[in-house]
Design a protein around this ligand. Structure first.
Ligand SMILES: [Mg+2]
Length: 178
């Protein structure tokens, strides 16, 4: 059985630049339950391919894990920003590429228990390369990996970022259906 929870109250605990933390009370049948939430505007990532069928990943140090991770080029959305154009912007900024083909694959919920972030994912190919424009504090290395190897790296757990693993496996599954 699925029981819907209705919000009774919401208290702002912290407001940062990227997230807002709230503690909310919700009604579950005749009970009140407490829910801790991290609110986030959401993001977009792009699985972009070279003409040689290499997928373009970016490697960057992620402070939360104290580790350099391989990821799809991605960025967060400004409030009410449309994810289609935000994806094109991130691809241009981080990879310096503009695609001729650009297709929506879907939306991912990276952590469903407490985080409101949604990540939209796009597929891009027929790329034209120009200059990159990184955000301040963004130190990124671009890595091109043959797609089959990228799939192996997900299966070997060498690619641990959720959006990246999901995107690679979605594309692999789509291709295997053809
Ligand atoms: Mg980024």
């Amino acid at each position: 059985m699925i029981a819907e929870e209705k919000t009774i109250s919401s208290e702002l605990v912290f407001k940062g630049k990227i997230v807002e933390v709230r503690v909310e009370k919700a009604k579950l049948f005749d009970r009140e339950v407490m829910r801790e939430l991290v609110l986030h505007n959401g993001g977009v990532c792009v699985a972009a391919f070279t003409d040689d069928d290499e997928i373009i990943l970016v490697k960057q140090f992620r402070y939360a894990f104290k580790e350099a991770l391989l990821e799809l080029p991605a960025g967060k959305l400004e409030a009410a920003e449309d994810h289609y154009s935000a994806g094109l912007r991130e691809l241009a900024e981080e990879v310096g590429a503009v695609p001729d083909e650009y297709e929506y694959l879907g939306v991912l919920y990276p952590s469903v228990a407490y985080l409101t972030e949604k990540i939209h994912i796009y597929y891009a190919k027929s790329l034209h390369f120009g200059e990159t424009h990184f955000d301040e504090d963004e130190y990124i290395e671009m890595v091109k990996i043959p797609f089959e190897k990228a799939v192996e790296m997900v299966l070997a757990n060498e690619i641990k970022d959720a959006k990246t693993a999901a995107g690679i496996l979605m594309i692999a599954a789509k291709r295997s259906k053809k």
